[in-house]
Design a protein around this ligand. Structure first.
Ligand code: TRP
Length: 332
């Protein structure tokens, strides 16, 4: 299959598994907002992936709406397509067919499965094991050209290409081959409590000082930054240690400056000056997002209507691909 004319289709999958943090925002979301007009974007809230590990039902419902609202509040335009994966049954239907063409060995090699199942391998769900097949279905249903992902997801994109090629070879051109679009420009934000580790939601579970969440109130943001790990130096020096460097990186990215400018601004300044500048910049960037978020969440029914409406619009596209595959393998 050749991709159609027009802007290249980009498919992003995001798990509704709890709040987004500053690392997600500065590392990815902010860039998508900036580049959105270059592409025909589909943002998929992948709730079927989220239930591969245990979820509280009420929390899953809330996280789904909250994630949609955060995306819109961050500047994703309503004309871009954002929908909930479980609203389009073609996703699990295609996933099943793909699972029948993916050798067990491919899934066993997935590092994400090894990490997430850990020592609980025998007790982890079959869904967690089959996760990459569902992700491949997400991507392939929409004749996707590019998939913006972090380095950790590259292996899943390779598997998607491999299974697509396998069906194409066997049955003729059924699928467009997607490519990973690894974000190069995005900032890599480290934990405030431990700047050796990338800021992550799971590490924030053990230490609330680890991450700033996009919906944290300003006083919480200021407190977290005030407590961020630095080092025993009295003031900013270059080359800076990892903790100070991380604060400078947050500042540099949010204020859209280059390193020399930031070095000039903070050289020899006490850490307290740096920290309050970073806190001001973060609060200033997040306040309008939080205001828009509250406006959107004031009308959850409207938000849900929008998500359902987009699913209604996309369902025929997904079904066309599904039917092409069903026909190719002899199911219709
Ligand atoms: N596995 C991705 C993650 O955890 C989420 C995801 C599901 C995804 N389906 C996708 C990402 C399709 C890109 C395309 O980050």
């Amino acid at each position: 299959m050749q991709p159609g004319p027009g802007k290249p289709r980009v498919f992003s999958g995001i798990q509704p598994s709890g709040g987004l943090h500053l690392g997600n925002y500065l590392g990815a979301l902010r860039n998508w907002v900036r580049d959105q007009d270059k592409y025909d974007n589909i943002f998929c809230i992948v709730d079927l992936h989220t239930i591969t590990v245990p979820q509280d039902p009420a929390a899953l419902r809330e996280n789904t709406l909250s994630l949609a609202a955060i995306y819109l509040a961050s500047g994703i335009k309503t004309e871009q397509a954002m929908f909930v994966q479980s609203h389009i049954p073609a996703h699990p239907e295609l996933a099943w067919i793909l699972e029948c063409f993916i050798p067990m060995g491919w899934l066993e090699r997935m590092t994400q499965f090894k990490e997430k199942s850990g020592r609980e391998r025998e007790r982890s769900s079959a869904g967690l094991f089959a996760y990459p097949a569902l992700m491949a279905a997400d991507i392939l249903l929409y004749d996707t050209r590019y998939v913006p992902v972090g380095e950790d997801q590259r292996q899943h994109i390779e598997l998607t290409r491999d299974v697509a090629q396998r069906l194409n070879q066997r049955f003729g051109e059924v699928f467009v081959l997607p490519e990973a679009m690894i974000q190069a420009a995005g900032a890599r934000i480290m934990g405030l409590d431990d700047p050796e580790k990338k800021m992550s939601k799971s590490l924030a579970g053990d230490n609330p000082g680890h991450a700033i969440f996009l919906l944290d109130p300003p006083d919480v943001i200021r407190k977290k930054i005030a407590r961020a790990q630095t080092d025993a130096q009295p003031a900013v020096q270059f080359p800076a240690g990892t903790g100070v460097r991380n604060l400078l990186e947050i500042y540099r990215t949010i204020t859209d400056q280059d390193w020399p400018a930031v070095e000039r601004e903070f050289a020899a300044k006490p850490y307290s000056v740096l920290k309050s500048a970073v806190a001001d910049a973060v609060v200033e960037a997040l306040t309008p997002i939080q205001e828009r978020y509250r406006e959107i969440r004031a009308d959850d029914a409207g938000l849900m209507r929008q998500l359902r409406g987009t699913a209604d619009r996309l369902r025929p596209i997904a079904n066309t691909t599904l039917q092409r595959v069903q026909h190719a393998v002899g199911l219709r």
